[in-house]
Design a protein around this ligand. Sequence first.
Ligand code: ADP
Ligand code: ZN
Ligand code: ZN
Length: 739
Amino acid sequence: MPETLLRLALPSPLRRLFDYCAPADVDVSTLRPGIRVRVPFGRREVIGVLVELVTHSDVPADKLKPALELLDAVPPMPATLVELCKWAAQYYQHSLGDTFSWALPGLLRQGEPAERRLQRFWLAEPEAQTTDPRLTRAPRQREALTIIKQHPHGVAHELIGQLGLNKESLNTLLEKGLVKIETRMIRSPRHQGAWLAQAELPLNPEQRIAFEAVRARLGYFHCFLLEGVTGSGKTEVYLQLIRQVIESGHQVLVLIPEINLGPQTLSRFEKRFNARIALLHSALTDRERMDAWLAAREGDVDIVIGTRSALFTPLKNPGLIIVDEEHDTSYKQQEGLRYHARDLAVVRARLEKVPLLLGSATPSLESLHNAEIGRYGLLRITQRAGSATAPRFQRLDVRSRPLDDGLSQPLTQAIADTLQKGHQVLVFLNRRGFAPTLLCHDCGWVAQCPRCDARMTIHQRSRELRCHHCDHRSYPPQHCPACGKLDLRPLGAGTERAEERLKILFPDYPVLRVDRDSTARKEAMQTLFTTVQRGEPCILVGTQMLAKGHHFPRVTLVAILDADGGLFSADFRASERMAQQIVQVAGRSGRAELPGLVLIQTHLAEHPLLVQLTEQGYAAFGQQALAERRAAGLPPFTHLALLRAEAHKPGQAEEFLEAAYSEAEQLAEEMCIPSIELLGPVPAPMERRAGRFRAQLLLQASLRAPLHRILTPLSQRLEYLPSSRQVRWSLDVDPIDLY
Ligand code: ADP
Ligand code: ZN
Ligand code: ZN
């Protein structure tokens, strides 16, 4: 009978599995796929995941090495999560071992046991007496024993300091056999009593329709797109659905785009529910992350909230998955496993047989398309909840108007009027720093990053030039490096410059800047929001960080300084993003009884997409934009995969991509797949970045299946191309960013 072998996925970028013999003295028939196994790999030891047991290997028997150790009896990941990883690895053309690594908490990757944290408790031995003769000369020990005896359930080791106990006395008592240590698992207590901590709001008719539609599908797989303007009460619909799910003993997974929104979401959920809620965020220690992961797996958490990677949280009894702000591009991971958490959520929901609810005021064109063809159920809330009214849009044509550091006169006037009424103003500009670059007025020299094909951004506050692509920093020159003259001027405006100008124009009002630079400190954002919530007139100026999720009820004017970038960018998704940003920023205003006005400065006031958006709203814009995509043969009507390569020397990336091109062409012929279009190789839009030369090859197909049929063998062949050794390459399936 042939020997049974272990086929493992190892944490390596290679897209293949590895065979090993079982460790000695192990009954192979008891091994379950999904367990972790430690094996020798090259000169290292690594931890892999058992994928299957096989009896035949392509590796000659004498070359097979034995595995060193089995780390689990029971697979740490539930079967559906293992399936999800397999699906993701296959779809995104990524190594399965690496995919498991993304999914497992760090401590499990490092080989820690998949067990909840144990806590030590000090307890008195039943016979121990404070009158024990051995304690007559040891008053501290006697006192310690007295305290311990007052806690018949034991004193947690972490709390001994607070009770005035010290370790030495306890250890001596332990040696004398008067106290003992017990280790116990910490478990969050089971839920007791009512789930609701706060009454539910009566739903309006549109909310009710959405709620009932999803509720009817609980227990089944179905995808819904909930399109509701900002402030329309989507979250209220989520909350009422969550209640249904947790009351029936199931768990809910809620994905949010950005962890900045976590505390706000968490506090709203905690106000509503008397439930066990876990917020997964990047500040958790490895141990805390693993504890939360295990607690969710064991059903000791009712609601899990987290960003994209939380999609890989195991759930014992899943009941519903919600992806809030589903259009947000931060759901797409841009390195390693390039997955889209929204798209994978569809797969997860199908595997778990639960409904998926995608919510947004500005759904992605992909999701709108899926709703249109009936793949997703479309639920709409068209009115703002309560008494809030929708903001009014106005395009402000700035052609031939002088701009004062990016601000036109009518805009400045509108800001002044708003502040005078005692309201707040939000100024949106999606460009941080002081100015996009430094220009010599004499010869036209501009400050270029020495490592990228990009301009350096001026940061006034820190008195430096910074590249936003590679973070290269330098001091601004005193004279022009090209002609030596002194007339160097900032060109264009970023948030810093707008802030500076607004401070001069409105010295009597606070001007608060929100961008990645100003909120680098942890509490900065929170402090700022507290100030805004107080409600006094002020000006908020910031990047898209301002556009996400927050409520600013006293903002009645939203000023968008520059909408043009989105209208003539080379990126076909730029207009979609611009529209989403405008609508999202606009949605921050006029939440309460105060109606809002949105002023958009543009040089393209008659652009059809902008007109559609501002006069008929996002849904109409979406229709128009989808029609344009269809006509141009772009996603979601075609499917893309982007092969990127970068190298230290010019030409190397192209050389690799030329070879890739030939391989792809050959595969298409061998497999009789004529419908794949190969576009490139071409230099990347930013050819040099951080000192490397970059190029790309785009694969496009009108159907997804043939594209994927080719990608799998192609990516394997690429690993063996000689030219692949000189480059760093990656394959991005459904890229959202062609740069
Ligand atoms: P969204 O998630 O769509 O931005 P929210 O759920 O946050 O909207 O609701 C916006 C505001 O309207 C909140 O203050 C919320 O309490 C309120 N609200 C939501 N639904 C109702 C309702 N049915 N009746 C009254 N107020 C509601
Ligand atoms: Zn010059
Ligand atoms: Zn750079």
